[in-house]
Every structure is written in C-alpha cells, then in structure tokens.
Design a protein around this ligand. Structure first.
Ligand SMILES: C=CC1=C(C)c2cc3[nH]c(cc4nc(cc5[nH]c(cc1n2)c(C)c5CCC(=O)O)C(CCC(=O)O)=C4C)c(C)c3C=C
Ligand SMILES: [Fe+2]
Ligand SMILES: [Fe+2]
Length: 338
C-alpha cells in the first residue's frame, strides 16, 4: 500500500469581492450540516435572504484581513502543509471543504502520486457536524464515486490529546509573555444549540445549559460544547490559571436560533463594563487565523472592549504553522503509518 495524507480545512472565497464571497457562502450555507433545516427552508433562508444581504458586508470584512498572497486561512494552511511535508516521507496534500480547493482535487493529487491509502486530517480540534462530520461524509461520497479502491482513515477530534494541549498551552504562554492581562477569554466558534442536541448519541444526556458537559458521558465523543470546555479546562490546568482569571465563550452566531452561550461579544462587553482594563483572548476552535479571528475578534472584539473602557486587548494567534504544531501533526502521521 502507498500512503498519503490529506489535510482539510474550511475554505475561503477566491477573492474578497462580493461575487466570490456570495458563491462561497452559497456553497457553505447550503450544506445541510451547517444550516440543518429542510431543503425548502434552507433555500428560502440562504438563497432568498442571506445571499441577498450578507455577501456585501462579508466581502468588506474579508477585504480588511485579506493578504497579498490571498486569504489568510488558505495561505496559512498552505504553509502548514509545506512544513508537514518536510517532516514526513509520503505525499501530503491540502484541501478545503468549501471553495475551489476541493476534497476531490486533493484526493486526485494523492492518487496521481500513486497513493492508495489516505490519512485524512480534518483541521479541527473539536468535533462538530458543521465541520468534521461534513468533511468525512463528503470525502466518503467522493471516494465511493471517484476512487472506489482508495482506503481512507481519519484523525478523530484531538481536543483532549495530551500533546495537543501541551502545544496549545505552550503557544498561548509564548504569545502572552510580557503582555498585560487580568483575564484570558477562550472564544470558540459557536453552533446552534440544536446541533449539539442532534449529535447526542444517548438522546438524553444533553441539557444544553452546560451542566451536562462536566458529567462523564459517551455523548461527549460528539459534543462540541463539552470538547470546547475541556480544551479550556485542560489548558487552564496546564498553565495553572486561577479560577476567576479565565472563561469560555462562543462567537460568530448567525440567524435567530439560540446558539451556544455565552456569546463572545456580550462577554467582552460585560468584562469591560465590570471594569476589566486588560484582557487577552485565544481562539482554540480554529487552527489557522481567519476572518473570524482576525476581523471578528482582533478588530471588532477590541473595539467593543475599548468602547467599554478597556485598555489592552491582546489576541493570541492560532497555532498556524507553529513548529511544535507541525511536529505534532508529523508525529500523528508517523504513528498512523506504522
Ligand atoms: C449556520 C452557520 C454556521 C455554522 C454552524 C458554523 C460553524 C462553524 N464554522 C467554523 C469555522 C469557520 N467559520 C468561518 C466563517 C463563517 N462561518 C459562517 C457560518 C457558520 N459557521 C459564516 C456565514 C462564515 C463566513 C463569514 C461571514 O459571513 O461572517 C470561518 C472563516 C473562513 C475564512 O475564510 O476565513 C471559519 C474558520 C467552525 C469551527 C464551526 C463549528 C464548530
Ligand atoms: Fe463558521
Ligand atoms: Fe453537554
């Protein structure tokens, strides 16, 4: 068997122009695991409302963070891929769940190099049906249709892996050295509460208010909320953070459904109102900096904090192409290949 690796991230529009953003959002939001309502309702909501209102504002936000080389998320993922490739002997390819760098092209690239056994790595520490699950389902559909002889195995969510927690903690520590902050906020991408209930394999564990997330349960294998809160708990333990100096929140909500609480923007506002002067913020649901970290957190979040009287607002970069993170991915790949 000839082995290869496929790293898969979310994706970005081809450019920060409204027409490309519209195309990208259309594909993204029509995914039944992202907006999980019946097709007629998704068509109405996405094609009838969101795609007529959001692309202009989203494009303006993308323009603020776009790099000369392209979308930060794509450029960073490409750097990561190149560095991982330097550390392993078999081909490494990169694909995105949405946009032009499709999973089909990524698999084709590996197959063209003679690969018949793929290790697929969704670049998300926590499981969510809107991220990991949609990648795995699509990859399997593509495999069946186009590459029936290909064997694909995948890396499960690694949110509580000791090495991952160590790499993440080291990165947070390194990036906060010499910075002035009295509170560290761990902000995770939000999901509608309904997504969590839907993936409760016990059908009875999830209480949504969070009380369930600290009670051991098989449901946690697919509970995004539990997995986020675990990352916070484990990093806080590793960094010996005192109880009242850190918290977790959820960002980037869309639409009118209830999403996971507490919301990041309201949390920043509250912390500022309560008199906090200096805060730091880490975003461990993302392994690469992107629109949601560079614009929503580093720009909008900082603005909210300053409006509330806050002073220093320090954002911790995502793991991106950090050497320890690259080495850890290479370690997992080597373990799989043996
Ligand atoms: C119902 C909508 C959405 C769900 C559910 C959702 C889950 C989810 N998303 C990420 C990671 C990223 N999302 C990003 C952008 C983004 N996300 C949504 C909507 C949902 N996400 C939208 C509409 C957008 C586009 C931007 C906008 O218009 O505001 C990105 C950034 C992409 C980039 O190009 O930089 C990431 C990354 C996770 C991890 C997640 C669930 C756990
Ligand atoms: Fe998102
Ligand atoms: Fe829970």
């Amino acid at each position: 068997m000839s082995k290869g690796v496929l790293l898969v991230n979310l994706g970005s529009p081809d450019s920060p122009e409204p027409k490309d953003v519209k195309k990208y959002l259309g594909e993204f939001l029509m995914d039944e695991r992202v907006i999980d309502v019946p097709l007629w309702a998704r068509n109405l909501l996405v094609k009838g409302i969101i795609l007529n209102t959001r692309p202009k504002a989203s494009a303006a936000a993308y323009k603020k963070i776009w790099w000369e080389e392209g979308s930060p998320l794509i450029v960073i993922s490409e750097r990561l891929k190149s560095k991982v490739q330097e550390q392993v002997d078999f081909p490494v390819a990169l694909a995105m769940r949405y946009g032009s760098m499709t999973i089909k092209k990524g698999l084709q690239e590996l197959v063209d190099k003679g690969v018949d056994e793929v290790f697929l790595i969704p670049l998300y520490p926590q499981f969510a049906m809107a991220t990991t699950e949609t990648i795995l389902v699509l990859a399997e559909d593509i495999r069946k249709e186009h590459f029936p002889d290909l064997k694909i195995s995948d890396l499960p969510a690694f949110y509580n892996d000791d090495d991952y927690i160590e790499v993440l903690s080291n990165s947070i520590k390194k990036n906060l050295e010499g910075k002035n902050y009295d509170h560290l906020l761990f902000s995770y991408h939000g999901v509608p509460e309904r997504h969590i209930r839907k993936r409760d394999i016990t059908k009875s564990h999830c209480k949504i208010d969070g009380s369930c997330c600290v009670i051991p349960s098989p449901a946690h294998e697919f509970c995004y909320r539990h997995q986020c809160l675990e990352v916070t708990r484990l990093v806080a333990k590793k960094l010996s953070l005192k109880d009242d100096t850190y918290s977790s929140s959820f960002q980037s909500r869309l639409g009118f459904d209830p999403w996971l609480l507490p919301y990041t923007d309201r949390t920043i506002e509250r912390l500022g109102k309560e008199g906090l002067k200096n805060m730091a913020i880490a975003t461990p649901a993302f392994v690469s900096d992107c629109l949601e970290t560079l614009e929503e957190i580093a720009m909008e979040g900082e603005e909210i904090f300053h409006e509330m009287g806050g002073k220093e607002f320090t954002t911790v970069p995502c793991l991106n192409d950090d050497e320890e993170w690259v080495a850890l991915l290479a370690k997992w790949i080597k373990k799989w290949s043996n």
